[in-house]
Design a protein around this ligand. Structure first.
Ligand SMILES: Nc1nc2c(ncn2[C@@H]2O[C@H](COP(=O)(O)OP(=O)(O)OP(=O)(O)O)[C@@H](O)[C@H]2O)c(=O)[nH]1
Ligand SMILES: [Mg+2]
Length: 325
């Protein structure tokens, strides 16, 4: 379409800022694919960001995160919000079923100027899962989506990093998962703002509520229990409005502390640097005869991976520093 000197980016950026869905979808895809000029696009959008609030929705596979997100989105749109949804899939190597399932369950959410849905099945994506979700959220923010819901399966470091970047984190549990609540203690618990016991239509929901209560008490949580634990049925929508009232209350009260804002910016800058350094190192070494020789030496036990890495790194930094140093 466009052949301007920015490779069409400036037109897309204009469209995004004007709130047009098609340029938005195209720009996000190109940013995710790291098409040439992606940084320029994000640079141009950055001054227009910082208004959106991000809700992280996490929990074990199948607890109803997508169904709940769907219910939240429909109701929030009815309340006048523009909602961006990012579904981060674990991209199971066995099938694309999870992705399709998410699309199906979220199909109730109309793609209108009020809602925008993007699935990311992106293990091994170019920018990394966490940065990828961050970039997409940032584009949606610039496009005027005031609330961004990010669904992630609460397993794995990447997913935890993603929800850490959210303003409010909802952890979804269900009855009948036995040690489900137990499993949550690792990592996710520290960042949870609210707990949802979904599938509250099923037996055992009250037991899960009680388990969470016990866990919170152990953790010395001093917020009122009833303000932290909600019961929902994501099929009928029961309980979802009460959850929304609480979420909106929290969102309104979240003002990022300066220290937290600094920490986030710092994390992001470091992450971007790490990615780029890793990319450059791989590019430099991939065809390097020294790497090939080191591989052989390690495989035949003439050397070891530690010495090989150390000596290649020394070569690289020597080359970086230049002949004068
Ligand atoms: N009975 C009952 N079933 C529910 C409820 N919420 C979701 N389900 C069902 O649970 C199944 C999983 O729902 P999803 O919304 O796909 O769950 P998810 O957590 O997004 O799943 P993954 O993204 O695959 O981890 C579906 O068959 C839903 O219809 C609920 O409140 N009650
Ligand atoms: Mg899902």
């Amino acid at each position: 379409v466009s052949t301007d000197s920015t490779g069409g980016w400036s037109e897309l950026v204009r469209g995004v800022l004007a709130g047009e869905p098609r340029p938005l979808a195209r720009l996000i895809t190109r940013v995710e694919n790291r098409a040439p000029g992606w940084q320029d696009a994000l640079r141009a959008l950055y001054p227009h960001t910082g208004k959106a609030r991000i809700l992280g929705i996490t929990g074990a596979p199948g607890v109803g995160k997508s169904s709940l997100t769907n219910q939240l989105a429909l109701r929030l749109v009815a309340r006048g919000y523009r909602i961006g949804i990012i579904a981060v899939d674990p991209s199971s190597p066995f099938s694309g079923g999870a992705l399709l399932g998410d699309r199906l369950r979220m199909s109730d959410v109309p793609t209108t100027p009020e809602t925008f849905i993007r699935s990311m099945a992106t293990r091994g994506s170019l920018g990394g899962l966490c940065q990828g979700a961050r970039d997409v959220a940032r584009v949606l923010d610039a496009a005027g989506y005031g609330l961004i819901l990010i669904e992630t399966v609460g397993v794995g470091q990447d997913e935890i990093e993603i929800v850490k970047a959210a303003d409010v984190v909802v952890v979804v549990c269900v009855p009948g998962q036995g040690d489900g609540v137990q499993a949550l203690k690792a990592g996710i618990m520290e960042i949870a703002d609210l707990y949802v016991v979904n599938k509250a239509d099923r037996d055992g929901a009250e037991q899960v509520v009680a388990d969470i209560g016990a866990m919170l008490a152990l953790a010395g949580e001093n917020r009122a229990f009833h303000e932290m634990v909600y019961r929902t049925n994501s099929l009928s929508g029961d309980g979802v409005d009460a959850l929304i009232d609480s979420l909106l209350g929290r969102v309104a009260s979240v003002e990022l502390s300066p220290a937290r804002a600094d920490e986030r910016a710092r994390d992001e800058i470091l992450l971007l640097i790490e990615r780029e350094v890793a990319r450059r190192v791989r590019a430099r070494l991939s065809d390097d005869a020294r790497l090939a020789a080191a591989v052989k030496a390690v495989v035949t036990r003439q050397s070891d991976p530690y010495s090989a890495a150390e000596s290649l790194l020394a070569d690289l930094s020597g080359a970086e520093a230049g002949p004068d140093e």
